[in-house]
Design a binder for this molecule. Structure first.
Ligand code: GDP
Ligand code: ZN
Length: 356
């Protein structure tokens, strides 16, 4: 909270702007009520937010049948929302009504399955997208991934309750035997995480990726340079402008606030009946270790869970306490020591940020 004192005039101006804003919302609401009463809006129907711009949203009507090509029934409708409906995000399922002028009004939001949050400029967590089925954590043969970085993404994903999937891209650059990366992947597979290996250059694994994405809503996250744009470009070959626009933003180093968008994709070639949804924005791609406490980090290492609460001391921090169940599990090989080292590093980095 800023301690800066506002002058009386500044305060007056802020209050005036706020009052005007409320008045506008009220007016809009009463106009809506009149229109609703006058039957200017169609019946309530379900839809999904695919983009939002301030107080207007693009809503995709929920499709009555799987497909109705060319009917126009599946085109997004520009909607505004009732004043009581703040904070809708891309991916939200909503109830909306079609207006006679072609626009619409969102009247309610359905319960969210989950929500992805990112800190805003002031460090406060803000929802950016909702109802996501899986987070694809992309890493690549180059730039070489650190196990710790993958663990950070996994912990962040586990904290949201959204299922993570590991995608190793650029396998065309993998040495013959696969080396340490194959070992690393095997370790994550053994923990139960799905793993997909891909190469844009040789088309390797892209079918498997399509199958992974089918019938689900996914987001791609990961370090810059691993090939997220390239992979998304394969899924959305008609959205080529977008990828260029994104890289332009990141070149300028701008902390971009570009809104998240939901894209629908269909499969390629023999898999053309595969369909799925992708939510993407520069902010989502950067999703990483949002602020978590020590316990959430421990919970984020899924193989630790069965040992948590088993330590001799209830407030055990798993450092060198006697009777520590985690240390014992590392000792016996049930927990891989590299995963435990990762856990330590993440917890230590939390302490560092807390000091500042
Ligand atoms: P992003 O920053 O994660 O979006 O990564 P980009 O999609 O921009 O890709 C970074 C670089 O890696 C580009 O030069 C791509 O051409 C290259 N790249 C992407 N996928 C592959 C791949 O499968 N194999 C190889 N060798 N290069 C790739
Ligand atoms: Zn312990």
């Amino acid at each position: 909270m800023s301690k800066r004192k506002l002058s009386r005039q500044q305060r007056w101006r802020i209050e005036k702007v706020q009052a005007e804003r409320e008045q506008r919302a009220e007016n809009r609401d009463s106009r809506d009520s009149e229109k609703l009463a006058a039957g200017e809006y169609g019946p309530e129907q379900p839809g999904r937010v695919i983009a939002h711009f301030g107080r207007t949203l693009d809503v995709l009507p929920k499709r009555a049948s799987q497909r109705s090509p060319g009917s126009g029934a599946n085109d997004p409708v520009r909607c505004h929302m009732r004043a009581n409906l703040d904070g809708l995000v891309t991916g939200d399922r909503v109830i909306w009504r079609h207006g006679q002028d072609g626009s619409g009004v969102v009247v309610a939001r359905s319960e969210r399955d989950n929500v992805l949050e990112r800190p805003d400029a002031r460090g406060q967590l803000k929802p950016v997208a909702a109802n996501i089925d899986q987070i694809l954590i992309v890493f690549a043969v180059e730039p070489e991934p650190h196990a710790n970085l993958i663990d950070r993404y996994l912990v962040a994903a586990e904290a949201t309750g959204i299922a993570p999937v590991l995608v190793l891209n650029k396998i065309d650059l993998l040495p013959e035997q696969g080396g340490v990366l194959r070992e690393l992947l095997a370790r994550y597979e053994a923990l139960g995480y799905p793993v997909v290996t891909t190469s844009i250059n040789t088309d390797n694994g892209l079918d498997a990726l399509h199958h992974r994405l089918a019938e689900r809503t996914s987001v791609f996250v990961g370090q810059s340079g691993v090939g997220k744009s390239s992979l998304i470009g394969c899924l959305l070959p008609h959205e080529d402008l977008r990828v260029g626009a994104l890289s332009e933003d990141s070149r300028k180093g701008r902390h971009t606030t570009t809104t998240a968008r939901l894209y629908h994709f269909t499969g390629l070639g023999s898999d053309c009946d595969l369909e799925g949804e992708l939510i993407d924005s520069p902010g989502i791609r950067e999703f990483g270790l949002i602020h978590l406490d020590e316990q959430q980090v421990a919970q984020g290492f899924i193989e630790f869970r069965q040992h948590l609460g088993q330590c001799r001391f209830r407030d055990c921090r798993h450092r060198q306490e006697p009777g520590c169940a985690l240390l014992a599990a590392v000792e016996s090989g049930q927990i891989h020591q590299q995963r435990f080292a990762s856990y330590r590093r993440i917890v230590d980095s939390l302490e560092d940020t807390n000091k500042h």
